[in-house]
Design a protein around this ligand. Sequence first.
Ligand code: S3P
Length: 449
Amino acid sequence: MKATPAMKALTAAPTEALNGQARVPGDKSISHRALMFGALSLGETRVSGLLEGEDVLSTAAALKKLGAEIERGADGTWSIWGRGLGALKEPDDVLDLGNSGTSARLLSGILASHPIVSVITGDASLRKRPMGRVTVPLGQMGAQFISRSGGRLPMTVVGSDSLLPISYELPVASAQVKSAILLAGLNTAGETEVIEPVATRDHTERMLKAFGAAITIEESTKGRHIRLLGQPELRACPVEVPADPSSAAFPLVAAALLEGSEVLLPDVAMNPARTGLIVTLKEMGADIALERERDVAGEPLADLRVRGGRLRGVSVPAGRAASMIDEYPVLFVAAACAQGRSHFAGLEELRVKESDRLAVMAEGLRACGVSLTEERNSLTVEGPGKRPKGGARIATHLDHRIAMSFLVLGLAAEKPVTVDDAGPIQTSFPGFVELMGGLGAKIAQGEEA
Ligand code: S3P
């Protein structure tokens, strides 16, 4: 993408070490779901620690247009007064979901199961992303969709309150697809079943239980069977949102790479379907300790203490991809600073994220002097065992995690790294620059000095 004057460049300069303590913002996945389930329940759902990033605010704005009452209290607690299951109203305008794939996919399930007509769209990144993965199963249930070619947004959804329940085996490991079907199943009489051959994040299942839905999970040779009995009485339920492990990944990797660092990241969600990065960094030799491990509101969490040191190359199997799908960009940065070769398999889903993360990371890392081989669904990185060159200007392609990953690289490189547009960081990690700066990271506005 060509930089325009409205874009805000940021530059990260080589930094010695990071030190201190920082709580990263609330978990994005849990925040979206807290708003959505609150809007489908009767009564007041109070949410503390909600991520106030643009993606989650897009979900809140859409739910308001659908008739839910949503307010932020002076103390930062959010209240949602739902209308009850099946009672959302037709929006009188297009629902613009900005950059947020989770909003688009999960709301598709909600819209499909209401007798209303709605139109959803998003920014240039979201309008490129495939929606067929949700419209195929929701279409089988009886909803109708008119999208642009290739199943792209904008898309009209013609919903119904008399959908048919389905049993659907996920062809891609996607929590968004699983959740869209379960959300549609909520307002559908009978039993909706999703079978996932590879486990994906299960925040939807955990939260549905907490809100009173009848949901069971059974393992078989085919994978995880999630069965939901439709039309439960959903009751409002308080939600405490833990810190987002996908955001913690940036200070975590930066501190792990910079010798002499010691950083404490409190209250990070440790859902086993989200911890692939920690497993992998430990295999690379990172010193990461989980402290005060506990359960809060049905989700496991811990404080993460990380100390900097030397990392070595690693081979990450395809089977681990779902548990760290959003963390690959910053993990590639870790591999680009480690000693020895790293190999990452099973990366096909990276091509349909906010950008084609495999291609964009490969191109940017090459520009920073890193040797690598990109294949259709894998990446091999040759770790130099010292600071990579850096000194490049990276196009972020409306992708928050591309921006933050290359800023982490700039801290650990020989020369500063600039990202052309830091705006997308607001989608998931408001306060990123200030938080990293508080730990000692040299990140400043503008091009390289
Ligand atoms: C999410 C699931 C993941 C992830 C996204 C959030 C969710 O997408 O990449 O950032 O909240 O369900 P997929 O499930 O499509 O891989």
